[in-house]
Write a protein that binds this ligand. Structure first.
Ligand code: SF4
Length: 236
């Protein structure tokens, strides 16, 4: 079956099949961030860089308690903001990115709003977001997908590892290259569930070390899984 991945359907078909198999195991999770204001989502996503969800959430809670409104946050002293978000790690760099991004948005948009991105073509909106300090393709795509409902495809380290093992992206692909190469081939409506389910698979099954290939829902379409389980798994 692994050969079906390599020599059979092309990327859109392979992604559709991966999405179908993941949905069968994990269901089809929907977007939960649409209600989050894009700038709040931007701040949250900057805070999530290189840390756990729990530490990100703690840092965000401290930040919101200390600076309840965006103008208050934008006027924060860098050292005090660093202190407020210290639990999320990389506080100095993240505080600089948050303050720099807010200053640029205010200067160019006339207020603390990213609504001017609505209706903009995806590549243009992404180009604007990635021009902000501390915002790479992954952060931009999270915003575009979860706050603007655009068909962007954020790739994190879990998704990068899983898609490399599946042979969907080259072994040398970076986060940004993988995101941009997969994005146009993801079926309409699959961007959110596929993104969330691949992360869940990467955390629970396709772990960095000792992936649980024998119980993986993608074993039938995974070249690496076929190698890892050769002679060890009885398939019907
Ligand atoms: Fe990862 Fe193994 Fe599943 Fe392939 S079969 S996606 S290597 S856990």
């Amino acid at each position: 079956m692994a050969e079906a991945v390599r020599g059979g359907p092309k990327l859109p078909g392979r992604l559709r099949e991966v999405s179908r198999l993941l949905s069968r195991r994990f269901g089809r999770p929907g977007a939960c961030g649409h209600e989050i204001d894009p700038i709040r989502n931007l701040v949250l996503t900057i805070l999530s860089q290189n840390t756990t969800d729990a530490n990100r959430d703690r840092a965000y809670d401290h930040l919101v308690k200390r600076y309840p409104t965006l103008p208050e946050l934008a006027a924060a002293r860098p050292s005090e903001l660093e202190e407020a978000i210290r639990t999320g790690g990389l506080a100095k760099a993240k505080a600089k990115s948050i303050l720099g991004a807010l200053a640029r948005i205010k200067e160019e948009g006339g207020g603390y709003s990213l609504d001017f991105l609505r209706g903009m073509p995806l590549p243009r909106a992404r180009a604007y977001l990635t021009s902000l300090p501390g915002v790479g393709v992954k952060t931009a795509n999270i915003l575009l997908l979860f706050s603007f409902g655009l068909p962007a495809f954020p790739v994190d380290t879990h998704i990068l590892r899983v898609t490399k093992r599946l042979g969907l992206v080259p072994a040398a692909a970076t986060l940004a290259k993988a995101a941009l190469s997969l994005e146009p081939h993801v079926a309409t409506g699959d961007h959110v569930p596929l993104h969330l389910n691949l992360i869940r698979l990467g955390r629970e099954v396709c772990r960095p070390r000792n992936p649980l290939c024998a119980v993986c829902p993608l074993l039938s379409v995974c070249p690496e899984g076929a190698r890892n389980t050769k002679g060890k798994v009885c398939r019907p």
